[in-house]
Design a binder for this molecule. Structure first.
Ligand code: HDE
Length: 713
């Protein structure tokens, strides 16, 4: 079909309702004459039951809410398309991956995991990265996370994990936070979680933006080609803007200043035409290599290091349209790892197998009916015909006498598709085994890749992990839990455990406590579940570090700079930086003591975008004080000091030129700094191109983490 990329928008347009220039009506289409007053017996009398307009309005309101998702409740969504840049027909028969330039509409929902729908975007947490591809062969969902591994190996532990991380049941605290006793109690008894713990304690768990996150399918899946040959595959999304995080102190402050920080960032980027983009990569593992590695491909607590199997880019995804309506689209979308198309298949990963049950099941209580596939955002573009019938809120009007198969009365329709006609057939993997409630010994290495992750981090990143663990465990009241976690950490890296222990005022136990000796389920009679550490064939992997990440290109596209201005500011200086930033597709916002206009040195006027009351350093990537801005005019309030102080503390670029450079250098805490790094860009000259260039080059470094004391040294 021509321009298939827009097919989902055409499909959705059937349901879009626009009240512009229309009369207000009841749900039954009756025009309403008075929407302000209920019907009463006399103007001061009681309301009348017969007021169908009032009853309808209130009844609908009373039932507006649906249950939020049990996990991933808080989300942000967007429409876009996926484009093939490197077709792989030799590996998969999936129709949407066959031709160069082929485009498929998508809807993406990003989410935090633990928090409620109204919680903050900046919680320390994994992020969901779920993509629905509306392909011509039916919907394909890649329900991914921004972290490539998971806490647990078996779906049986998922309810326990989520119960442990959610607010504690007796007092419903804390919200959207893993820093509490029940979470760490569970973790301390689950050595298999150690690899994921390293990731969630890293800055991956506090992204700068959804647009600056990687995505991972986590499980190993299968690709199947037209000859019914299969390979194993791991899916990766690589963001065009690089993978970046914020500082933990910053994250906490953002949560107070703007808890919709990521939601707003995504929305604004799309509204302003800065369409977020990711490449889709695959790691292909031939079937014969299934047992080649020191880890099991079916174990979701393991990655396949890129050094062993490189990532091949096969396409790109661009998000170019915000939803029309949050509830109708972002809230009602229903993802499911079991929504696959011919050419893609599952593996026996026991976590994935459990997910295959959970996702439809949860929609039944969340969306209330087995007809959730008919909701516009969930509706397939490929035709849907079957003998599923009825149920709450059924939309489709199925014609005819028959609703069963096989039938003769309906001419055998709808009929089954042959494989050559695109009929789905599961990969015919041979399975010959005893039925057992056991875990494979090949899943026992709980520390090898946790070590690999930790060893792959830069010193600054290691320090952030120490700090995150001190924070998280510092909020844990039970000393026994803290010590048990220290025991597990010591299996990952002794020094890490010791550094964390210092912050907690605890001692690392000489030998790890219970879980090491007993494994996941000590009572289990079958299988050896003693945790081990396999020798890793890869010792370090740059792809695991956000700072060393080879895919991070130096760009400041869409980054935000706060330009602090007062009356008398140099117009030339402001325009110099604004124009230079614009060329790099970055943005400058004018922050002033008050909203309204500021007079410039040339008698002109500049409009303030924010006042100090409505802006904060944590909402920007860098700060610039132009020549002519007289901070002493506003210094009393402490707000400017806080602005600069936070920018410095969060390792951001601070720039000032002309007279402003003297004022900033003399600011109390900056004056104390003995060694300016290249993130502090000061010059006594005014508005030079060289200054703008230096400022921008510094911003391309993202952050100057070396400013912080290193807790791992
Ligand atoms: Fe999910 N997960 N999950 N999950 N998951 C849900 O489905 C579940 C897991 C992921 O934006 C729920 O529709 C089980 C891994 C995302 O709507 C639920 C297990 C990964 C989203 C569910 C896992 C994910 C969900 C809640 C372990 C990364 C949000 C609402 C066996 C690959 C999708 C819903 C959206 C949502 C179950 C583990 C990703 C309850 C049982 C691993 C991105 O069905």
């Amino acid at each position: 079909m021509e321009n298939f990329q827009d097919e989902k928008q055409r499909d959705l347009s059937k349901n879009i309702s626009d009240g512009t220039d229309q009369f207000l009506t009841t749900d039954q289409g009756v025009k309403i004459n008075d929407d302000n007053n209920s019907l009463k017996a006399g103007e001061r009398g009681p309301s009348l039951l017969e007021d169908f307009i009032l009853r309808e309005k209130i009844t609908h309101f009373d039932h507006e809410r649906i249950p939020e998702r049990i996990v991933h409740a808080r989300g942000s969504g967007a429409h876009g398309y996926f484009e093939v840049t490197n077709p792989i027909p030799e590996l998969t028969k999936a129709g949407f991956l066959q031709e160069m330039g082929q485009k498929t509409p998508v809807f993406v929902r990003f989410s935090t995991v633990a928090g409620s729908k109204g919680s903050t975007d900046l919680a320390r947490d994994a992020r969901g990265f779920a993509v629905k591809f509306y392909t011509q062969e039916g919907n394909y969902d890649l329900v991914a996370n921004n972290i490539p591994v998971f806490f647990i190996q078996d779906a049986a532990k998922f309810p326990d994990l989520i119960h442990a991380v959610k607010p504690e049941p007796h007092n419903e605290m804390p919200q959207a936070a893993s820093a509490h006793d029940t979470f760490w109690d569970f973790i301390s008894l689950m050595p298999e979680s150690m690899h994921m713990i390293m990731w969630v304690m890293s800055d991956r768990a506090i992204p700068r933006s959804f647009r600056m996150m990687e995505g991972f399918g986590v499980h190993t899946f299968r690709l199947v080609n037209a000859k019914n040959e299969s390979v194993f595959v791991k899916f990766h999304w690589k963001p065009k803007l690089g993978t970046h995080g914020v500082a933990w102190d910053e994250a906490q402050k953002i949560s107070g200043k703007n808890s919709d920080f990521h939601k707003e960032d995504l929305w604004e980027a799309i509204e302003s035409g800065n369409f977020p983009e990711w490449e889709l990569g695959v790691q292909i593992i031939p079937t014969e290599d299934e047992h080649k590695y020191e880890f099991d491909l079916l174990d979701p607590t393991k990655i396949v290091p890129e050094e062993l199997v490189p990532v091949t880019i096969i396409g790109k995804m661009v998000l170019n349209k915000n939803p029309e309506n949050f509830f109708a689209e972002t809230e009602q979308i229903a993802f499911h790892p079991g929504h696959i198309v011919p050419g893609i298949d599952f593996t026996n990963d026991p976590l994935l197998q459990g997910r295959l049950f959970s996702y439809t099941d949860t929609q039944l209580s969340r969306l209330g009916s087995p007809n959730f596939h008919e909701i516009p955002i969930n509706r397939s573009i490929a035709p849907v015909h079957n003998n599923q019938r009825d149920g709450h809120m059924r939309q489709e009007i199925n014609k005819g006498q028959v609703s069963y198969h096989p039938n003769s009365l309906g001419g055998g329709c709808p009929y089954q598709a042959m494989i050559k006609d695109g009929g789905f057939s599961s990969f015919n993997e041979r399975v010959d085994a005893h039925k057992v409630r056991e875990r494979s010994e090949s899943f026992n290495d709980h520390f090898g890749q946790a070590k690999l992750f930790f060893n792959s981090q830069t010193d600054e990143e290691k320090s952030h992990i120490v700090k995150a663990l001190r924070f998280e465990l510092g909020k844990v009241k039970s000393s026994a839990v803290r010590v048990r976690v220290l025991g597990l950490l010591s299996q990952v890296d002794k020094k890490l455990a010791e550094k964390v222990a210092v912050g907690l005022g605890e001692k690392v136990p000489a030998s790890p406590e219970t879980p090491m000796n007993k494994g996941v389920s000590p009572e289990n009679e079958g299988g050896n579940q003693e945790p081990t550490t396999s020798k890793q064939s890869v010792k370090e992997s740059a792809a695991l570090s956000m700072i060393k990440n080879p895919t991070n290109s130096p760009t400041i596209e869409t980054r935000k700079v706060a330009v602090i201005c007062t009356n008398g500011v140099s117009e030339k200086a402001v325009n110099n930086i604004k124009n230079a930033l614009l060329k790099e597709k970055a943005q400058a916002s004018i922050i002033a003591p008050n909203l309204g206009s500021i007079s410039t040195d040339t008698g002109g006027a500049i409009t303030a975008d924010f006042s100090f009351l409505t802006a904060s350093s944590v909402l920007f990537d860098a700060i610039y004080v132009p020549h002519g801005s007289d901070l002493s005019e506003i210094a009393d309030s402490g707000e400017v000091q806080e602005f600069l102080n936070d920018a410095y503390k969060h390792c951001k670029v601070i720039g000032a030129d002309g007279e402003a450079s003297k004022i900033v250098s003399n600011a109390p805490f900056i004056a104390e700094i003995t060694n300016f790094d290249s993130g502090i860009v000061m010059t006594s000259e005014i508005a030079t191109a060289g200054f703008a260039k230096e400022f921008i080059n510094a911003m391309k470094m993202h952050r100057f983490w070396q400013r912080e004391p290193n807790l791992y040294n």
